[in-house]
Design a binder for this molecule. Structure first.
Ligand SMILES: Cc1ncc(COP(=O)(O)O)c(C=O)c1O
Length: 406
């Protein structure tokens, strides 16, 4: 009998604990708690009729192939539909540049596995998406973080940091960014900073991993070209794009896609062979139906209107219940599903989380979103899932809780 399983675990996984916030989510089962913690899109935005029809038709006509193994790189129908989907965003690629993934998280996992050895440097935002941190952590890299400013990461510090690393014979493996309505901050990276990031990428020969789950969820302001689009004007070579259907269609379907240079996509496909093999054909076909049969543009417009209304309610109620003397500030996103609240420095939001539960409201403590040296006085707020009434009530509860805590 094996008494010490720990000693059997691989070096990469011995200390690996998955999501640090997982156990906090387990505390949210009380139905009276209004949770602004998860990253859930609203089920009101699910295309229920379209899904039922697409599902019924496909299962009726095609069940024998749908329930079979399928090719690893992805269904050809879906790949073609994705190429068209990207063309509306000025991204022009061919089939050799895409691998269908089993979700955005899987896309991140393939990226981490492909590029990272233990100790390799990854440049990330401070804060950044917690799921990217856990996916990359599987390979035990070293994270170097760059503060997020109102217009995106502090790009000016990149060059200095890279040159410092060069003196130690180190070179970052890649730069990971979420330029549109970043999770968790809701901040959008400006055009100038996107160009500057690309310049850095070419100057120092470091790939950029651009994660874009929210790009189609812009509520106001002008769309800014993706870094992938900007890279096409060079030679296509330096940027890898990660996408998911989770926020635009539904997360339960677990389908996404990675795009990039042929060599990268080939290798990611090889890795996929060793982890999920193929993405279920049924799930892929549902995504094809979303892109080709379900009037996606009308649906996206509806999502934008709906989420934008929720965001406005949230921001207006914040202004009312968080007067300047409370010393609380928050970002004002132009899209996406999240915003970032900063409380006075002496408040540790991890402790505040437990207080907030007593007031029947929940958020994610900001410390979960750092690869190193976590900030303690922030929280991530999701505004897409709770109802409009709940959102306003949650802000009141949060305000009471913080006043009480101070
Ligand atoms: C920036 C970012 N990347 C990737 C993902 C993962 O998406 P999926 O739910 O498809 O795994 C998320 C989900 O919240 C996200 O915010």
């Amino acid at each position: 009998m094996i008494k010490n399983w720990f000693s059997q675990f691989s070096d990469n996984l011995k200390e690996y604990g998955g999501y640090s916030i997982g156990k906090l989510f387990a505390l949210l089962s009380d139905p009276e708690i209004i949770s602004l913690a998860g990253g859930l899109p609203s089920p009101e935005m699910f295309l229920k009729d379209g899904m039922r029809t697409a599902s019924k038709n496909r299962l009726q006509d095609n069940i024998e192939t749908i329930m079979q193994y399928t090719n690893i790189k992805g269904e050809s129908d879906l790949t073609k539909a994705v190429i068209k989907f990207l063309e509306r965003d000025n991204i022009h690629i061919s089939e050799e540049n895409i691998v269908i993934t089993s979700s955005g998280q899987h896309g991140l996992d393939l990226t981490g596995r492909l590029f990272l050895n233990p100790g390799d440097v990854v440049m990330i935002d401070r804060p950044t998406f917690a799921g990217a941190i856990v996916a990359f952590q599987l390979q035990r890299p070293e994270f170097i973080g760059f503060d997020i400013e109102d217009d995106g990461p502090d790009v000016d510090s990149y060059g200095k940091k890279i040159e410092k690393l060069q003196k130690q014979d180190k070179k970052p493996k890649f730069i990971y960014v979420v330029p549109d309505f970043q999770n968790p901050s809701g901040i959008t990276t400006s055009f100038e900073k996107r160009k500057a990031l690309l310049d850095i990428s070419y100057k120092y020969d470091i790939p950029i991993v651009e994660d874009s789950p929210y790009r189609d969820l812009r509520y106001h302001g002008k769309t800014i070209p993706s870094i992938f689009e900007l890279a096409q004007k060079h030679d296509y070579s330096n940027v890898i794009g990660l996408y998911t259907f989770s926020k635009l269609f539904c997360p339960g379907i677990r389908v996404g896609f990675n795009i990039g240079p042929k060599e990268v996509i080939e290798k990611m496909t090889n890795i996929k062979e060793g982890n999920v093999l193929n993405t279920p054909k049924y799930n892929q076909d549902m995504c094809t139906a979303f892109l080709t049969e379900m009037d996606m543009e009308t649906h996206l417009e509806k999502c934008r209107n709906y989420y934008s209304e929720k965001l406005n309610i949230f921001l207006k109620t914040m202004e009312k219940y968080f007067p300047p003397e409370m010393g609380v500030t928050w970002t004002k996103p132009e899209g996406g599903l999240f915003l970032w609240v900063t409380v006075p420095e002496h408040i540790d939001t991890y402790k505040l989380f437990y207080e907030a539960l007593k007031f029947k409201v929940a958020f994610v403590p900001g410390s979960a979103f750092y690869g190193e040296n976590p900030g303690k006085n922030h929280m991530r707020i999701n505004f897409s899932f709770a109802s409009k009434e709940q959102l306003a009530e949650a802000v009141k509860r949060l305000s009471k809780c913080i006043k009480n805590y101070i």
